[in-house]
Ligand binder design. Structure first.
Ligand SMILES: [Zn+2]
Length: 84
Protein backbone atom coordinates (compact mmCIF):
# COMPACT_ATOMS: atom_id res chain seq x y z
CA UNK A 1 0.00 0.00 0.00
CA UNK A 2 1.25 3.46 -0.83
CA UNK A 3 -0.91 5.18 1.76
CA UNK A 4 -0.09 4.05 5.25
CA UNK A 5 -1.68 6.77 7.31
CA UNK A 6 -5.43 7.11 7.83
CA UNK A 7 -7.31 9.07 5.25
CA UNK A 8 -9.01 12.25 6.46
CA UNK A 9 -12.54 12.45 5.15
CA UNK A 10 -15.38 14.88 5.51
CA UNK A 11 -18.97 13.77 4.95
CA UNK A 12 -20.33 15.62 1.92
CA UNK A 13 -23.79 15.81 3.50
CA UNK A 14 -23.17 17.10 7.01
CA UNK A 15 -19.47 17.99 6.98
CA UNK A 16 -18.52 15.83 9.92
CA UNK A 17 -14.90 14.73 9.82
CA UNK A 18 -13.52 11.29 10.41
CA UNK A 19 -10.49 9.13 9.72
CA UNK A 20 -10.59 6.13 7.51
CA UNK A 21 -7.95 3.48 8.03
CA UNK A 22 -7.17 1.53 4.87
CA UNK A 23 -6.42 -1.53 6.95
CA UNK A 24 -10.17 -1.74 7.65
CA UNK A 25 -10.76 -2.47 4.01
CA UNK A 26 -11.05 -5.97 2.61
CA UNK A 27 -8.80 -6.52 -0.37
CA UNK A 28 -9.04 -9.15 -3.02
CA UNK A 29 -6.28 -10.03 -5.43
CA UNK A 30 -6.41 -11.69 -8.78
CA UNK A 31 -3.75 -12.32 -11.35
CA UNK A 32 -3.81 -12.96 -15.05
CA UNK A 33 -1.08 -14.36 -17.25
CA UNK A 34 -0.11 -11.96 -20.00
CA UNK A 35 2.73 -11.73 -22.52
CA UNK A 36 5.21 -10.21 -20.02
CA UNK A 37 4.16 -12.44 -17.13
CA UNK A 38 1.54 -12.07 -14.48
CA UNK A 39 -0.63 -9.02 -14.03
CA UNK A 40 -1.81 -8.49 -10.49
CA UNK A 41 -5.03 -6.64 -9.79
CA UNK A 42 -5.89 -5.61 -6.25
CA UNK A 43 -9.31 -4.23 -5.43
CA UNK A 44 -10.90 -3.19 -2.19
CA UNK A 45 -14.26 -1.84 -1.22
CA UNK A 46 -15.63 -0.38 1.97
CA UNK A 47 -19.10 1.04 2.52
CA UNK A 48 -20.45 2.59 5.66
CA UNK A 49 -22.86 5.18 6.90
CA UNK A 50 -21.92 8.51 8.43
CA UNK A 51 -22.27 8.31 12.21
CA UNK A 52 -23.94 11.71 12.30
CA UNK A 53 -26.33 11.94 9.32
CA UNK A 54 -26.41 8.30 8.19
CA UNK A 55 -25.46 9.23 4.63
CA UNK A 56 -23.77 6.41 2.74
CA UNK A 57 -20.07 6.71 2.04
CA UNK A 58 -18.27 4.27 -0.17
CA UNK A 59 -14.56 3.89 -0.74
CA UNK A 60 -13.07 1.84 -3.56
CA UNK A 61 -9.47 0.98 -4.15
CA UNK A 62 -7.94 -0.28 -7.37
CA UNK A 63 -4.35 -1.18 -8.12
CA UNK A 64 -2.82 -2.94 -11.05
CA UNK A 65 0.74 -4.21 -11.35
CA UNK A 66 2.06 -5.32 -14.70
CA UNK A 67 4.64 -6.69 -14.95
CA UNK A 68 4.60 -7.72 -11.30
CA UNK A 69 6.09 -5.02 -9.03
CA UNK A 70 5.44 -2.24 -11.54
CA UNK A 71 2.38 -0.26 -10.47
CA UNK A 72 0.36 1.04 -13.41
CA UNK A 73 -2.65 2.22 -11.53
CA UNK A 74 -3.14 3.03 -7.88
CA UNK A 75 -6.32 4.86 -7.19
CA UNK A 76 -8.76 5.42 -4.43
CA UNK A 77 -12.28 6.58 -5.20
CA UNK A 78 -14.38 8.12 -2.46
CA UNK A 79 -18.09 8.59 -2.92
CA UNK A 80 -20.22 10.58 -0.50
CA UNK A 81 -17.30 12.25 1.25
CA UNK A 82 -14.48 14.63 0.44
CA UNK A 83 -10.83 13.91 1.08
CA UNK A 84 -9.22 16.56 3.26
ZN1 LIG B 1 -22.75 12.97 7.52
Amino acid sequence: MSQESPLKLECSECGSKFDFDLSDMDFSEESHERSMGAELIVTGEYVYNCAKCNSQISIEYHRSEYPLGCVNEDELTVDGANEL
